[in-house]
Design a protein around this ligand. Structure first.
Ligand SMILES: *Cc1c(COP(=O)(O)O)cnc(C)c1O
Length: 233
């Protein structure tokens, strides 16, 4: 089941890439395994998935302690300051940096683990109240500049979650905004290459708009059971 889903998804990504003249090798597929157990992750791993995404620090820690560094972990959820140590210990990438405070804390914890933490800046590209992310360009430039001065973080690019809508135009607008912002940063001399955008419902649009990291859950693992207790995985 999971392996079939992965094959279908990979085929569809390939197809979309060739349609818009992109090389699928420049796109990393992150399987978002939140709410799914170790078994499901190992099945996906056996089917050739190397990157996994989690959005809660404790859930990531639990899975990391069972599976370890045989896969690459991405932290993609809202991160509270007191949970930074877990995210830094377990993940190679943190996609959700949206404040200076958080950036400094990540740098501090990364130093204590003697690692260089790869990070992305999460940008709010929709008007929904609940979504996290940086809201002004000024703030992004500020974060990019500060990150450059820190020795234990390496900023690689930008991340966003598109607005929850069926309106393809709005989704596309959110992704193209992120791409333009990355280009502005590149012009200012920041060597950012990554655009983390695109989930199950909108990854095709994201590929068209230049995504380099897709974060896909349901298309791989099926529907999530939100009533499930993550400690039972
Ligand atoms: C859950 C989640 C995803 C994956 O969502 P699907 O619709 O299941 O593909 C991607 N990004 C973030 C930040 C998430 O929390």
């Amino acid at each position: 089941m999971i392996s079939d889903n992965i094959n279908k998804l990979k085929y569809s990504i390939e197809k979309k890439c060739s349609e818009c003249g992109r090389n699928s090798e420049e796109i990393t597929l992150v399987a978002v395994s939140k709410y799914f157990g170790i078994d499901a992750i190992l099945q996906a791993k056996d089917s050739g998935i190397l990157n996994f995404g989690e959005n809660r620090a404790q859930e990531l820690t639990l899975k990391y302690d069972k599976i370890g560094n045989s896969v690459i972990w991405h932290f993609i959820g809202t991160l509270q300051k007191n949970k930074v140590k877990y995210a830094v210990r377990c993940s190679e990438f943190i996609h959700s940096v949206d404040s200076l405070d958080l950036l400094f804390e990540i740098n501090k914890k990364a130093e204590s683990f003697d690692k260089i933490q790869k990070v992305l800046f999460e940008v709010k590209t929709s008007y929904e109240e609940t979504k996290a992310g940086i809201t002004s360009e000024e703030e992004i430039f500020r974060l990019a500049e500060e990150a450059q001065k820190l020795s234990n973080v390496k900023a690689l690019g930008l991340m966003t979650i598109s607005p929850l809508t069926e309106d393809e135009k709005l989704i596309r607008k959110s992704f193209s905004y992120l791409r333009n912002l990355k280009e502005k940063l590149n012009k200012k001399g920041f060597d950012y290459n990554e655009l983390s955008m695109g989930m199950t419902s909108d990854y095709e649009i994201a590929i068209e708009e230049g995504s380099t990291i897709l974060r896909i859950g349901s298309a791989i693992f099926g529907d999530r059971d939100y009533s499930k207790d993550w400690r039972q995985i």
